[in-house]
Write a protein that binds this ligand. Structure first.
Ligand code: SF4
Length: 498
C-alpha cells in the first residue's frame, strides 16, 4: 500500500531524516495553497517560496520519486484530494515549526516525525531550559557551546572569552564603509514566470535574485559568505547604513529557514573559516552565537509555548500598525524611511534595522505588538511564525513582560546617530527632545520613562533611566510632545511608489 511523505515549503531538504530511508515507492506530497498566492505578502517572499518549492519538487523527481504537487485552496483541501487520488496507508511529515501548522496537521491525521532541521531536539531543549531558574539566552548559548563542543578547548572558550560584543559593536565608519557585494543568481525562465505571475498583486519589490531558491544556490551562497562576507561581519554587525542594505551580513537565514541549509553545515563552514585564518574569532563567535544560540532558543521556546503567548501585551500597546509601515511607505523620519525602503526593495533588513528601528519605534509609539509580529512574519523573506515570536513579542517590544529579556529594548535618536548614518539626512535632530525639530524617537524615549506604565515603573533595571527622566527640567514639555512623536512615527499613510 502507498505511503506518502508531505513536505512543507520550509522543509526543502532531502539530506535530513527520513529521506535516506524513504523508498522511492513513497509518494511525495507538496501543496501550493491559494493563501500563498493571494495573501498580500511581500512579492519577493511569495516568489521565493513558489520558486524554491517548485525547484525542490523537480529535484525530488530527479531522485526517482513521484511528486504529487498540488495547487489547492488550502492544505486541508490539498491533502483530501491527495488521499482520494492515492489512498495512502499513512501520510507522514517532519514536524512543522509553527504551532498553528502543527495543530492543523494533527487534525488532518498526518503522522509527525521529529524535526530534523535543528541542532537541539525538543526534549534536549526542554531539559536545558527546565529547572528552578530559567536560564538566560547567554547561559543557554554557553551550554550549547559546551554541549556541541563549538569553539571550546579543554572545557574553556577558545580565546578565553565567551563573547566579543565590545569588538562587535563598532558604529558605521564615517565614510559609510566598503561592503562586499551581496550574493545573487539571475532568474531562470521558470522563476521569471513566477515573478510575472505575481504581477502587481503583491506589495514590495522584485529581489528574488538575491535569495537562494535551490540547494545548489544555498551551498554557493554559503561558500561565498565564508570567504567574502564573514571576515567583515563582526565589527559592524550592529551598524546600519541608509545607502547599503546588506553591509557584511551573511543573509544565510533564508537558506536556513527554508531548509536549504542545515545549521550543522553552516556551523562547520564558519569554524573552518576561522581555523583556516579566513575570519577573525570575533566575527565567527558573533555568527556562531546566532546559529547555535539565538536561533535554536527562538525555535525551542516557540515549541514549548502556547498561543496564549501571542496575547501578551505587558505595555498595553494598542495603536494599530500604521498604513505607512504596511505599505512600506515614504517616511519623514530618515531611519524609518531607509528601513522601510530596504524592506520594500529586498523583503529583508538586517537585525539592527528590525530591532533598533522598527521594534523600537513600535514600542515607543505604543503600536500593538502582535500586529507588528504578524506583519514582520509575513513580509520578511526569512520571516515565519516561529521566528518572529521571541524576536518581536519578546526581545523587540517586551510584550511578554520579561520572559525573553529583562528590560524593554528602547533607544532614542542619539544611539541611532552613533551606530548609523540615518540621522545625517533627517529633518529631525537626534539630540533634541522637544521643539519643532525634536527627534520623535528621542522625545518618545524620554516620555516612555515618564508615562507611568506599571511594567516600566516596577522594572528595577530601568530605575536609572526613570530617575534621569523624572529629574529632567523639560519633563512636562517632553510629555506634551509625545502625541506629536507618535503621529510622526506612524507616518502619514502615503502609499509609496515602489
Ligand atoms: S534624527 Fe531621529 S528620526 Fe531622524 S534619523 Fe535620527 S533617529 Fe531617526
Amino acid at each position: 500500500m502507498t505511503e506518502s511523505f508531505f513536505v512543507l515549503g520550509d522543509q526543502l531538504s532531502t539530506e535530513v531524516a527520513p529521506w535516506a530511508t524513504l523508498s522511492t515507492s513513497t509518494v511525495i506530497v507538496m501543496i501550493e495553497s491559494d493563501v500563498l498566492l493571494t495573501a498580500p505578502r511581500h512579492r519577493t517572499r511569495t516568489a521565493l517560496y513558489l520558486a524554491a518549492m517548485r525547484a525542490f519538487a523537480e529535484d525530488v523527481r530527479s531522485l526517482g520519486f513521484e511528486v504529487d504537487y498540488r495547487m489547492a485552496r488550502n492544505f486541508t483541501e490539498g491533502l483530501a484530494v491527495h488521499r482520494a487520488a492515492h489512498a495512502p496507508s499513512v501520510i507522514r511529515m517532519n514536524h512543522p515549526r509553527g504551532r498553528r501548522a502543527t495543530a492543523l496537521f494533527q487534525r488532518l491525521n498526518v503522522e509527525m516525525l521529529d524535526d530534523p532541521f535543528y541542532l537541539t531536539s525538543i526534549e534536549e531543549f526542554r531539559r536545558m531550559v527546565s529547572g528552578p531558574r530559567v536560564p538566560t539566552m547567554e547561559k543557554f548559548y554557553r551550554n550549547q557551546r559546551q554541549r556541541l563542543d563549538v569553539l571550546m578547548v579543554d572545557g574553556e572558550p577558545v580565546g578565553d572569552r565567551w563573547n566579543y560584543d565590545e569588538e562587535n559593536r563598532l558604529p558605521l565608519p564615517k565614510n559609510g564603509g566598503e561592503w562586499p557585494t551581496p550574493w545573487s543568481r539571475p532568474l531562470n525562465p521558470a522563476e521569471e514566470e513566477i515573478v510575472l505571475q505575481l504581477g502587481e498583486t503583491h506589495p514590495g519589490g522584485d529581489a528574488l535574485e538575491f535569495w537562494p531558491r535551490t540547494r545548489s544556490d544555498a551551498l554557493d551562497q554559503l561558500a561565498d559568505a565564508m570567504t567574502r562576507i564573514i571576515p567583515h561581519f563582526g565589527p559592524y554587525e550592529d551598524a546600519a547604513s541608509g545607502e547599503n542594505w546588506h553591509l557584511a551580513h551573511t543573509r544565510l537565514s533564508v537558506a536556513l529557514n527554508l531548509g536549504l541549509l542545515h545549521p550543522r553545515e553552516v556551523l562547520a563552514a564558519a569554524i573552518t573559516a576561522f581555523q583556516n585564518g579566513l575570519a577573525p574569532l570575533a566575527s565567527v563567535e558573533g555568527f556562531v552565537r546566532q546559529i547555535i544560540g539565538w536561533r535554536e532558543w527562538v525555535w525551542g521556546w516557540h515549541q514549548l509555548r502556547t498561543d496564549e503567548y501571542r496575547s501578551l501585551n505587558s505595555l498595553g500597546a494598542t495603536n494599530p500598525l500604521p498604513l505607512t509601515w504596511r505599505s512600506f511607505g515614504a517616511h519623514e523620519m530618515s531611519c524609518m524611511n531607509h528601513t522601510l525602503g530596504h524592506l520594500r526593495d529586498y523583503g529583508w533588513t538586517h537585525h539592527i534595522e528590525r530591532l533598533m528601528v522598527l521594534a523600537n519605534a513600535a514600542t515607543l509609539a505604543g503600536i500593538e505588538p502582535l500586529a507588528l509580529n504578524d506583519w514582520m512574519a509575513e513580509n520578511f523573506v526569512d520571516g515565519a511564525e516561529w521566528v518572529m515570536e521571541a524576536n518581536v513579542l519578546g526581545m523587540g517590544t517586551f510584550a511578554d513582560g520579561g520572559l525573553t529579556s529583562t528590560k524593554p529594548y528602547v533607544a532614542g535618536g542619539n544611539y541611532i546617530k552613533k551606530m548609523t548614518n540615518f540621522c545625517r539626512d533627517c529633518e529631525f535632530l537626534p539630540n533634541e527632545r522637544i521643539g519643532p525639530r525634536a527627534c520623535p524617537l528621542t522625545n518618545a524615549y524620554w516620555n516612555f520613562f515618564l508615562d507611568g506604565k506599571e511594567a516600566i515603573a516596577t522594572n528595577h533595571r530601568l530605575a536609572p533611566q526613570r530617575r534621569a527622566a523624572e529629574q529632567r527640567p523639560d519633563r512636562v514639555e517632553i510629555q506634551l510632545g509625545a502625541t506629536r512623536s507618535r503621529r510622526i512615527i506612524a507616518g502619514d499613510g502615503d502609499v509609496p511608489v515602489s
